[in-house]
Design a protein around this ligand. Structure first.
Ligand SMILES: NC(=O)c1ccc[n+]([C@@H]2O[C@H](COP(=O)([O-])OP(=O)(O)OC[C@H]3O[C@@H](n4cnc5c(N)ncnc54)[C@H](O)[C@@H]3O)[C@@H](O)[C@H]2O)c1
Length: 220
């Protein structure tokens, strides 16, 4: 990750990112800040019991803040859970109070409860709650704000290659939930992109394959 300031393409823009404490969310925050955007972020910074690798910590979140500031960016973060609509509302409100508006949404927070005891039926619910319902919460909260602002905007949802085809090696509850959630957000993207196009708001999913983050590069 470079820390050089490389452009001003996002000067005056504000980006809201979920799952910002580390991994891809952190990388998006630093890269957008390098281009001049101010950053609003939320992360749970806690463990979800069905997840068998260490999730992000408060120290990780502080490191994201440090890296954004290092490239000259401004950042407001909140510890909160995308499964809770009110946490998303609070994080956004804190950022909008500071920066006045929001332009770019990155719905990135995710978990991969696909390892560990296979009998954990709860892993299905956790995967769907975080990566499908959590994304819907983001869309449901931010879409009216973007429309009301009248300045267009972009919404990017982090799906996965697992949202395009099956990459699962098993049908355990966490794997099934991950696959269903990552396919499900494609439907949400289609629904919201059609609805929001008239307001110059673009909605996309992205579908990474393997990315070298603690989600997949861990000791478990
Ligand atoms: N790493 C990969 O190979 C890969 C591949 C395809 C898609 N993805 C997706 O990319 C996204 C980012 O993952 P990553 O690779 O950076 O992993 P990561 O584990 O490093 O980062 C995920 C972040 O989301 C946060 N988070 C999890 N649940 C949350 C919740 N309920 N509320 C708020 N924050 C929460 C975590 O604390 C963590 O900081 C995820 O949606 C993931 O499914 C990852």
């Amino acid at each position: 990750m470079t820390t050089d300031t490389v452009g001003t393409r996002l000067e005056g823009k504000v980006a809201f990112i979920t799952g910002i404490a580390r991994g891809q969310g952190r990388a998006h925050a630093v890269r957008l800040a390098q281009e001049g955007a101010s950053i609003i972020g939320i992360d749970i910074c806690d463990q979800i019991p069905t997840v068998f690798y260490p999730m992000a910590t408060r120290e990780d979140l502080a490191e994201t803040e440090r890296l954004v500031k290092e490239v000259g960016g401004q950042i407001v973060t909140t510890i909160g859970d995308v499964r809770r609509r009110e946490d998303i509302e609070a994080a956004l409100a804190a950022g909008i109070e500071q920066f006045g508006h929001v332009d770019t949404i990155v719905a990135n927070a995710g978990i991969m409860p696909v390892i560990g005891p296979g009998e954990q039926k709860q892993a299905w619910f956790d995967a769907v709650d975080v990566m499908l319902t959590g994304v819907w919460h983001v869309l449901d909260v931010v879409a009216p704000i973007l429309v009301e602002q009248g300045r267009g905007g972009t919404i990017t949802i982090t799906s996965s290659a697992a949202g395009l085809r099956s990459i699962g090696l098993n049908t355990l509850p966490g794997q099934a939930g991950y696959t269903a959630a990552k396919h499900g957000v494609v439907g949400l993207m289609r629904l919201y992109s059609k609805e929001l196009a008239k307001d110059f708001i673009r909605v996309n999913t992205i579908h990474p394959t393997g990315v070298n983050t603690p989600m997949v590069a861990n000791a478990e």
